[in-house]
Design a protein. Structure first.
Lengths: 289, 315
């Protein structure tokens, strides 16, 4: 595990000094790396759930994680905001950097990490509090000043839930339907204005209209945020994401355990049109192998 | 019949499905089991009813003839003038001390064990021993209270006082409060904690604003059950030095000066009267039991109200 507090250089950097004699045509600036995962393996006790993950997540992009169930997408996503700390048995190996800082350095405060890196969970998990309090909770604990009513309204509007709940903000978040709960959780996550949003299958319980809303929202906010989304919906990954990482599982025949691994990560167009790995091609074309 | 037999796939199919989904309606095994469960419930209720009927039959006479002097009188050697006021007073103060000590310490311990401590061999060892402590006979706690609070800490507790008894009973029920609180905390869904941590709350914020409100109904129920057990204990407070026979003090219920005086309590008085061979004391014991039952029931009702209040709040 890399244990350095000073910034670790990873991926492309913006400025490269060139000899002045060379004339360069100005190209689009290379995006900044938000997350860099290097040789990441995650263990639950002795069980290695996922191994050798190398992936960069770029600023103002949507990065999609796709792959069959159980291949460790959620597990890897949870490494990015230290959520795995909450599972006693979980252990992360390798290095994960957030804007060049080692996320697992022992001086890092996970609370500060999670304030900057918001998360929407696979299963909707609203607080057993009112809709209003659900959204206001994050800004409150973060000590955000400002008009709380406005913050709540803005977040609920962004999540496409405002019109459905504006007349009953005092009722419990638990009394909403599954899809409404998920949008409430999205509103809760964006109310704190994080720099990055990790979304674990945010649309799996949503109808096409609500899904389209969330996808719109993602496109809107990616100018300010960076988004990582796990999805089982291939069209969704193709529609919304800039880059796609494909994970799969390999079966260890001796111990009969399954370990997830990252097969490849690339521009979304490339993953869906001409991936470099056969396993990716089989998966995205529906020939599961 | 809006559906034609043609529409549902022919007469034969209808008949077959009809037979299949209407067969096996009577589930004999299940009914037997339900009957067994009901008879155990009935047995438990029957025992309770017999006990109540017995006690009420014996004790109700005291209330019909001299309810007021019984409820406001003190300990006497004569059956027709003895009362339970001092015993109610003592039990009240013991209960106050027990709750005030056992509730915060017990809940704090449970929160530490469940929410903060790393789940390792040490916490498992502590957990096991707390369970063992809950099984220690109450007389042992009485001896502990006698040596420590009555003798060694006399300058602080005043010796054989309601303070000593309250502290001793608090220690007696502390393991029960810890265990039930820990169980209530364990029943809080992990996804609730994750949701809190996910928006950047600290462990303390997650505990205070999410986990504890969710667990509170369970914690309250556990505490009240523990308290009901505590105020029913006679053995440990007899050892501490609860008075039987005659007690001079005539302070009011809330008068704090009694805290440093000798005391008595309902279970001790009941045991003493029930043992007294002189005429009239059996009835007094039964009447005191009725008082105690009413107290315990009032406490439980209060707990149920509190519980449903907090349950509604967490909805
Ligand atoms: N808390 C945990 N304790 C032990 N093992 C776990 C835990 N969470 C996940 N795992 C295991 O890790 C592996 C990867 O799980 P993960 O949830 O990351 O998969 P996933 O790719 O998100 O799957 P899905 O698409 O079904 O959500 C699985 O084999 C799973 O059993
Ligand atoms: Mg998952």
């Amino acid at each position: 595990m890399v244990m350095t507090a000073k910034p670790v250089e990873c991926g492309p950097v913006e400025e490269i000094s060139l000899p002045s004699s060379i004339v360069v045509t100005p190209a689009a600036p290379l995006p900044k790396v938000v997350f860099g995962a290097r040789d990441v393996s995650v263990y639950y006790g002795d069980f290695r759930a996922v191994r050798d993950v190398n992936v960069d997540v770029y600023e103002h992009q949507i990065t999609a994680f796709i792959g069959p169930s159980g291949c460790g997408k959620t597990t890897v996503l949870r490494c990015f905001n230290r959520m795995n700390d909450l599972i006693d048995a979980a252990r992360v190996e390798g290095s994960v950097t957030y804007r060049g800082v080692d996320l697992y350095h022992r001086d890092v405060n996970p609370v500060e990490v999670r304030r900057r890196i918001g998360m929407v969970f696979q299963k909707p998990n609203p607080f057993p509090k009112s809709i209003y309090e659900n959204v206001a909770y994050g800004p409150k604990v973060a000590g955000i000043k400002g008009n709380m009513d406005d913050i709540v309204e803005k977040a609920l509007r962004s999540a496409g839930l405002w019109d459905e709940v504006k007349s009953r903000l005092k009722v419990s978040g638990m009394s909403l339907s599954g899809g409404q709960q998920q949008r409430l959780c999205i509103a809760r996550a964006i109310a704190t204005e994080p720099e990055v949003l990790l979304m674990d299958e945010p649309c799996s319980a949503l109808d096409p209209i609500a899904t389209a809303r969330i996808e719109d929202l993602m496109q809107q906010i990616k100018n300010e945020f960076t988004i990582v989304i796990v999805t089982h919906n291939m069209q969704q990954a193709a529609r919304v994401s800039d880059r796609t990482a494909f994970f799969t599982t390999e079966v260890n025949s001796e111990s009969d355990t399954r370990t997830g691994l990252l097969v490849e990560v690339d521009e979304t167009d490339k993953i869906f049109s001409k991936p470099s790995d056969e396993r990716t091609e089989n998966y995205v074309t529906g020939r599961f192998g | 019949m809006p559906l034609t037999t043609l529409g549902v796939g022919g007469r034969e199919a209808t008949e077959r499905i009809d037979r299949q989904i209407k067969s096996g309606r009577i589930d004999f095994g299940g009914r037997m089991f339900a009957a067994m469960l009901f008879s155990s419930l009935a047995l438990a209720l029957l025992v309770l009813v017999v006990l109540f009927a017995d006690v009420f039959g014996a004790g109700i006479g005291v209330f019909t003839t001299r309810a007021e002097s019984f409820l406001s009188g003190g300990l006497r050697t004569k059956a027709d003038s003895a009362g339970v006021f001092q015993a109610i007073r003592g039990t009240f103060w013991i209960a106050v001390f027990t709750v005030v000590l056992a509730f915060p310490i017990g809940v704090a311990t449970a929160v530490y064990l469940e929410e903060y401590a790393h789940k390792g061999r040490l916490t498992r060892f502590l957990d096991l021993n707390i369970r063992n402590l809950a099984g220690v006979p109450s007389i042992v706690y009485g001896i502990l209270g006698l040596t420590i609070f009555v003798k060694h800490l006399k300058s602080f507790t005043g010796g054989a006082t309601p303070i000593s008894a309250g502290i001793t009973l608090a220690i007696l029920v502390l393991p029960i409060v810890i265990i039930t609180s820990a169980e209530a905390l364990r029943a809080v869904p992990g996804t609730l904690r994750e949701a809190g941590f996910g928006v950047g709350a600290t462990r303390w914020e997650v505990c205070r604003t999410l986990v504890l409100p969710y667990a509170l109904p369970g914690i309250i129920t556990g505490t009240v059950l523990a308290l009901a057990r505590a105020i029913g204990e006679a053995a440990p407070i007899l050892l501490i030095g609860a008075v039987t026979g005659l007690l001079p003090g005539q302070e009011g219920l809330l008068d704090p000066s009694q805290l440093t005086e000798r005391f008595t309590a309902l279970p001790v008085v009941i045991a003493d009267w029930a043992r007294t061979p002189r005429a009239g004391f059996d009835e007094l014991a039964a009447a005191a039991i009725i008082v105690m039952l009413v107290l315990v029931m009032a406490m439980n009702t209060f707990a149920i109200i509190l519980r449903s209040h907090f349950e509604r709040k967490r909805n």
